[in-house]
Design a protein around this ligand. Structure first.
Ligand code: ATP
Ligand code: MG
Length: 253
């Protein structure tokens, strides 16, 4: 990452790309993950590579919901592990959530590597290898989870989740927090709390809100969560894209 000059106009985007490449080389990110990254970058460009006020509100609602949860779980896939391992561990600590590795293309080997990578970044307990639970309605490879992890969770954070799995988790009655840059994708449209923002900005900002809300009462947390409107946040992101306010402050020309 050090070879990218920090004053490059697309510095953040290039660092992110490099991390995904490194993730593939380390065997924690799938090749499909590269394609997902490309889609994400395109939407981030259209959104102006910034956290919209509506996304910040979603991130605060997510923090309140996680703090109020009984059994919150953060689901980690190969892209999340490559892009924000330390940030994910910090969020888990801030809201007292479990971390579970959950892959679209599950292999024990890749789950083990991701778990080791997360432990290198400070995680102490990483779920996902027991694989003794299931998400009903999905085939085995895509529906396998830990019985005391995602299966038992009341609130799940699923960044970059595919639409089928987001819908199946919703059907299980989970409160779902989805981080996804595409406001038109099924996953955020299924979510109770859609966060239309880049994972690398969203996760630290949810953590910052959680620290800010650490001493809030149950009633205060409930008020933050109740004040959030998922349709409004999706509409605001779509409007930002349509208005074409996507020139970054230091755009190339
Ligand atoms: P479906 O309708 O089934 O959800 P999809 O088009 O969303 O299909 P994928 O290509 O697997 O299917 O989705 C990857 C999603 O992840 C895209 O919506 C993309 O915008 C999002 N994404 C990729 N990288 C990031 C990132 N760094 N932060 C947030 N979202 C991202
Ligand atoms: Mg999607």
């Amino acid at each position: 990452e050090t070879e990218i000059p920090e004053d490059h106009p697309r510095y953040a985007s290039l660092v992110t790309r490099h991390r995904i490449e490194a993730g593939v080389e380390m065997g924690i990110t799938s090749k499909q993950g590269l394609i997902a990254q490309g889609r994400g970058e395109a939407f981030d460009y259209l959104l102006g590579e910034r956290t919209l006020p509506s996304a910040d509100a979603a991130e605060r609602a997510a923090a309140a919901t996680l703090l109020a949860a009984d059994r919150p779980v953060l689901s980690v896939n190969g892209n999340v592990a490559a892009l924000a391992p330390g940030e994910t561990v910090a969020l888990a600590e801030a809201v007292d959530a479990d971390i579970e590795v959950n892959l679209f293309n599950h292999t024990d080997e890749r789950v083990r590597r991701i778990a080791a990578h997360l432990r290198d970044h400070g995680a102490d307990d990483v779920k996902g290898l027991a694989a003794d639970g299931e998400i009903p309605g999905l085939d085995h490879a895509r529906g396998t989870v830990d019985a005391d992890g995602i299966e038992a969770a009341d609130v799940v954070v699923v960044p970059l989740e595919d639409g089928d799995r987001a819908e199946a988790l919703d059907a299980m009655g989970k409160t779902e927090i989805v981080i996804d840059l595409n406001p038109g994708s099924r996953s955020p449209r299924t979510a109770d709390i859609p966060i239309i923002d880049n994972l690398v900005r969203a996760v630290p900002n949810v953590t910052a809100h959680a620290r800010d809300l650490a001493d809030a009462s149950a009633a205060e947390l409930q008020a933050v969560a109740d004040g959030f409107d998922p349709d409004a946040t999706l509409a605001a992101a779509e409007a930002a894209i349509r208005e074409g306010s996507f020139a970054t402050p230091d755009d190339e020309n």
